[in-house]
Design a protein around this ligand. Structure first.
Ligand code: AMP
Length: 367
């Protein structure tokens, strides 16, 4: 099989490689198993959440050449569960085995500056932004945005990490900040005044067909997703526009797989916050409220199976179990119409995603 050609449909018993061993990899491995695929996880941490559900784990760094060669040799297709896979590793793999989503999607989503420029270049609005490579850049950017903004590291930021908020700031407030943020490339974003945050989980197959799940309304606390509610409280016009944005992104990236798009529902219209080239926390509700979850959808895409329908049979609310909230599990398990999912992490550290649950708000059954 040529590395450039689509992988599928993969025969039963074929092997899917997954780079990254967290809960997203775990849920992908579970979905793959239901479709009779085997999975191999590449992850340095032993007994990671994904490996507990997979057939095999290669315990090594994501850029270990020997491990990547082993992964390529042992898999029919490779995918990933997080966006910080080194692009060079994904490209090296893609020369030997099909890799979906395409490594170019990693390049766009790994750097907030590249991501925003890409989004603007395809006609999608983002927060105003300025690249910041020193205190002088920061002082200028703060002045340009009227003293308010969010400073973020361009790379490797997640769950609100590597961010600093400025309100009514002046050039004086910029002093020493660049070094304090680690001396790495930064971006200052102007504040978007939004009514709500929404996200869309969308998928594209190798023939270019696209499907979208219903938009979710998301609440973040301390930069971490707390709750996703479906349907979102926005107008149906806005929800459809968000799906159209997602399809535009998928098509322009020539994407194969599931993608998460986070947006602000602002007064002047939708603004894209960020894209994630993977299954997404704000799509976990799909495992409880749709026949085909985002995880199965992704496996279908990378395996060359037909896309699944994205219809939702129930309204629902998904909540993350963070840190010691996981100890609520027995009480939650006793509730009706609640789907509980725990990630098998041994230690409930503060801020660590330990599981989630989805409450289904079932509709009356027609007589
Ligand atoms: P991020 O890591 O970029 O997803 O940011 C984490 C959270 O901070 C978002 O979900 C928003 O709640 C908030 N946020 C980030 N960027 C902006 C912005 N430019 N304007 C307003 N709020 C923002």
């Amino acid at each position: 099989m040529s590395a450039a050609t689509p992988a599928g449909p993969l025969a039963a018993g074929s092997t899917i490689g997954i780079i990254g061993g967290g809960q997203l990899g775990r849920m992908l491995a579970m979905a793959a198993a239901r479709l009779s695929y085997r999975t191999v996880i590449l992850e340095p941490q032993v007994d990671c959440p994904a490996s507990q559900m997979a057939n095999r784990q290669i315990v090594a760094g994501y850029d270990d050449p020997q491990a990547l060669a082993e992964l390529a040799a042992g898999c029919d297709v490779v995918t990933y569960e997080f966006e910080n896979v080194p692009v060079s590793a994904a490209e090296a793999l893609a020369a030997q085995v099909p890799v979906f989503p395409p490594p170019s999607a990693l390049e766009v989503s790994q750097d907030r500056l590249v991501e925003k420029r890409f989004l603007n270049s395809i006609g999608l609005p983002t927060a105003p932004f300025r690249a910041v490579d020193g205190d002088d850049d920061l002082a200028e950017a703060i002045a340009a945005f009227g003293g308010d903004g969010i400073l973020k590291t361009r790379r490797m930021g997640y769950d609100g990490k590597g961010q600093r908020v400025f309100r009514d700031a002046t050039g004086e407030d910029a002093k020493g900040v660049y070094e304090a943020m680690g001396g790495v490339p930064l971006i200052l974003e102007g504040f978007v005044r939004f009514q709500r945050e929404v996200s869309v989980i969308a998928a594209r197959d190798s023939a270019g067909n696209c499907v979208c799940y219903d938009a979710a309304e998301n609440v973040h606390v301390g930069g971490i997703l707390r709750r996703s509610t479906v349907p979102a409280g926005c107008s149906s016009h806005t929800a459809i526009a968000a799906q159209e944005f997602a399809v535009t992104i998928l098509s322009r990236l020539d994407y194969v797989g599931v993608l998460g798009v986070e947006l602000f529902d602002a007064e002047d219209g939708l603004v894209v916050n960020e894209i994630a080239p993977r299954v997404h926390n704000s799509g976990h509700w799909t495992e409880a409220a749709c026949a085909i979850s985002q995880f199965e959808q992704h496996i279908r895409c990378v395996a060359g199976l037909p896309l699944g329908r994205t219809l939702r049979h129930s309204d629902c609310v998904m909540e993350n179990l963070i840190g010691d909230e996981v100890f609520r599990a027995p009480e939650l398990a006793a509730e009706n119409n609640l789907v509980l999912h725990l990630y098998g992490k041994a230690e409930a550290r503060p801020g660590r995603k330990m599981g989630h649950f989805t409450r289904l708000v079932t509709r009356p059954v027609r007589p």
